[in-house]
Design a protein around this ligand. Structure first.
Ligand code: FMN
Length: 382
């Protein structure tokens, strides 16, 4: 593990990677959200030129494919929630080589999110801090968009839902708000992810409290029963805090989740603290509050993942996310117990070619370790 495996990139990928290397300093002169907007605009262009994007980026190989929750994933690499909040780019993600994407977080009511600036780069740490505040078009509009979408063949679509960003929506009203989103979006999702761990809500991460999670899951599963749906429901958890993993607290959430029939966990969301960052205090103070993502999350995300794998005896598939930015990082996450991995921040620092690099690099790592497929790697180091 950890060796750098030679992965000679294809000529087009080499070209595209160097284009991004030249573009990145220009993009990084812009405020992080404007740069994101330009990236999204480029993705919209790419979406119209899908056959070209597919030919340049997509890696097709049976060894990358697996069936999880009865769904066939062509690659274990997916897009994490937050990049495509409004589900506007689903065909593009498939063409780029992702096996799946989580769109959202979607909330019952549309939201403009927090005032700008609300996204910041910590370049040396290959990290981001954001307090976007769940800006999205709302469940009704996004459900209508998904209803009109021709989902790319062989692509798995996860829909991530959260509570509307309004601190006045609390208690039973908060659960009803969540349920409304589930009601609208469940028919369009291959899997549903419950964002109970967003650090950017004014009232805090209330749904990671055991009683609140219990009540939320009761409502979500009641809605699923009403719809006679068997869509797998996943819970997205916070990373361990700076003092390390609180196994008792995690185990309680796992037990509640399993009682209700949760199909797996996504580990992890962004962190409210800044541990693992090398940026100076003045920089961090200037940025202020928000969720930390990227490389500083990698170790803690892996710690939680490994614990989840062990505590569930490997029977509930896990999604590893947080600082996955290379084939080696993705492979380590699979070996620690993830069946699937996701990324967001790596797209910002490494560019769109990162998906192909990870897919190709995983194949080389499987060859090196004489593994026949993704499934054989899962949990080897748990
Ligand atoms: C700008 C930004 C917005 C995000 N928005 C959401 C969101 O709406 N819902 C959610 O569940 N996670 C959201 N996330 C968290 C990511 O899905 C992911 O869990 C986290 O960034 C760690 O992965 P990474 O290190 O690959 O970025 C967001 C992350 C970033 C950087």
């Amino acid at each position: 593990m950890g060796d750098n495996v030679a992965c000679p990139p294809s000529a087009p990928l080499r070209l595209l990677s160097s284009v991004y290397r030249y573009l990145r300093p220009l993009l990084f002169r812009l405020d992080a959200e404007r740069a994101h907007g330009m990236g999204a605009a480029a993705a919209h262009v790419g979406q119209r030129a899908r056959p070209l994007v597919r030919a340049l980026y997509r890696v097709e190989d049976e060894r990358l494919a697996q069936t999880v929750w009865g769904l066939r994933f062509a690659s274990p690499v997916g897009l994490a929630a937050g990049f495509d909040k409004n589900a506007a780019l689903v065909p593009f993600w498939a063409a780029l080589g992702f096996g799946f994407a989580e769109v959202g977080s979607v909330t019952a009511r549309p939201s403009a999110g927090n005032p700008r600036p609300r996204a910041f780069r910590l370049e040396r740490d290959r990290a981001l801090v954001n307090r976007m505040g769940l800006n999205n078009d709302g469940a009704e509009a996004i459900a209508a968009r998904l209803a009109g979408l021709r989902k790319p063949e062989g692509f798995v679509l996860g829909v991530n839902v959260a509570k509307t960003h309004d601190p006045l929506i609390l208690g039973d009203e908060a659960i009803e708000d969540f349920r409304q989103s589930v009601r609208r979006l469940l028919p369009h999702a291959d899997f549903l992810a419950l964002n109970v761990s967003c650090p950017n809500t004014a009232e805090g991460k209330t749904f990671e409290e055991p009683a609140a999670l219990d009540a939320l899951l009761a409502a979500v599963f009641a809605e699923r029963t009403v719809q006679l749906s068997e869509v797998p429901v996943l819970v997205k958890l916070s990373p361990p805090g700076p003092d390390g993993l609180d196994t008792g607290a995690v185990d309680e959430l796992v037990a509640i989740s399993r009682r209700h029939g949760v199909a797996g966990f996504i580990a992890v969301n962004t962190a409210s603290d800044r541990s693992g960052c090398t940026a100076d205090v003045a920089t961090l103070d200037r940025i202020g509050a928000g969720g930390l993502s990227g490389r500083p999350l990698a170790d803690r995300a892996t710690t939680l993942l490994r614990h989840l794998y062990r505590t569930t005896d490997g029977v509930l598939p896990l999604v590893g996310v947080g600082g996955v930015d290379s084939a080696e990082a993705a492979y380590a996450r699979l070996r620690a117990g993830a069946s699937l991995v996701e990324l967001y921040t790596a797209l910002v620092y490494e560019g769109p070619g990162v998906v192909k690099r990870i897919n190709r690099g995983l194949l080389r790592l499987f060859e090196r370790d004489r593994l026949g497929s993704v499934a054989e790697a899962v949990g080897l180091d748990a």
